[in-house]
Design a protein around this ligand. Structure first.
Ligand code: ATR
Length: 279
């Protein structure tokens, strides 16, 4: 095989993902594609880091030419202890999903909020009410985003009510009972639970097919599979649907901007990832 000298880039800087597990992440596909498009000699890797190794990993980040990191479950809170600063937004969400440098300072940011907002703004719709299903880290990012959007009536519901109540009190919104969720319809329904995700919950939906409010917008942050049962049933009921791949791409774009100061085209990124997900 002959080398194509024109296209051969020796990596000079590294970005990466830390989490546990990380094997199914689309991050390496997306960021490496974007680096190559821009001719940046950077590489993005996925590092499976166990909970006991976060401190050592953060030491390594300060030693190596690491330009930035994505952080996923279960380290989004733990990394905060190893940073020189955490943004107001990441503090509000209670989670960091992005590390970046400001001079010699290693800072924590949360781009899930912008990632969540961008596809909603693209719908061109206005929402006077929203119901968030689930009460994990993604629910907190969704609530921060909905408040930033100025949605006046935001509610949260979760199978384990105490978790919904804790988040509701942090954000000053109302918690409603999981069993009464269908009696709390809203202009925007958001799934942040793991129902519908590939694996054991793949054919489950957090909503009742017959209970979608007419003309509502239904947003699933799950993106694998892309068409979850929740979204399929919402579409059949005539609702407007937003899938989780859009959020994933937009949160990654916000990271990419922090690290490189440059952008990539969202539409092409979506085509790339759809091809990848179809295998
Ligand atoms: P983790 O991400 O911590 O592993 P998870 O079990 O995947 O958590 O669940 C994430 C979210 O999906 C939680 O809001 C969870 O509700 P609980 O707080 O009650 O556990 C929700 N969830 C998971 N399985 C569910 C189910 N079968 N029915 C309703 N909600 C569910």
């Amino acid at each position: 095989m002959a080398w194509d000298d024109e296209r051969f880039l020796v990596p000079e800087r590294v970005c990466g993902l830390i989490g546990h597990p990380v094997s199914h992440s689309l991050g390496p596909v997306l960021h490496n594609w974007a680096f190559q498009r821009l001719g940046l000699p950077w590489v993005y890797m996925a590092w499976d880091v166990g909970p006991d190794d976060v401190g050592r990993m953060m030491d390594a980040v300060r030693l190596m030419p690491v330009a930035g990191l994505s952080v996923t479950i279960p380290h989004k809170r733990a990394v905060m202890d190893y940073l020189d600063g955490v943004s107001e937004r990441a503090r509000q969400v209670g989670a960091v999903n992005t590390l970046h440098w400001h001079g010699t300072k290693l800072l924590g940011e949360n781009t899930d909020v912008d990632g969540f907002l961008a596809p909603l703004e693209d719908t061109g719709r206005a929402f006077d009410s929203a119901l968030v299903l689930g009460a994990g880290g993604a629910a907190r990012a969704a609530l921060a985003a909905l408040q930033q959007l100025g949605v006046p009536d935001v509610r949260i519901t979760n199978r384990t009510r105490s978790k919904a109540e804790e988040i509701a009190s942090d954000f000053g919104v109302q918690a409603v009972d999981w069993d009464a969720r269908a009696e709390n319809p809203a202009a925007l329904l958001v799934n942040t639970t793991s129902l519908g995700m590939s694996g054991r919950h793949i054919e489950e939906s957090p909503w009742l097919a017959e209970a979608f409010p007419s003309d509502c917008t239904v947003y699933d942050i799950v993106y694998n599979p892309l068409r979850t049962r929740f979204l399929r049933e919402a579409r059949s009921a005539g609702c407007h649907v937003v899938d989780g791949l859009s959020m994933f791409i937009h949160q990654a774009l916000a990271q990419f901007r922090l690290w490189t100061g440059q952008s990539f085209p969202v539409d092409l990124a979506r085509e790339l990832l759809l091809t990848h997900l179809r295998g």
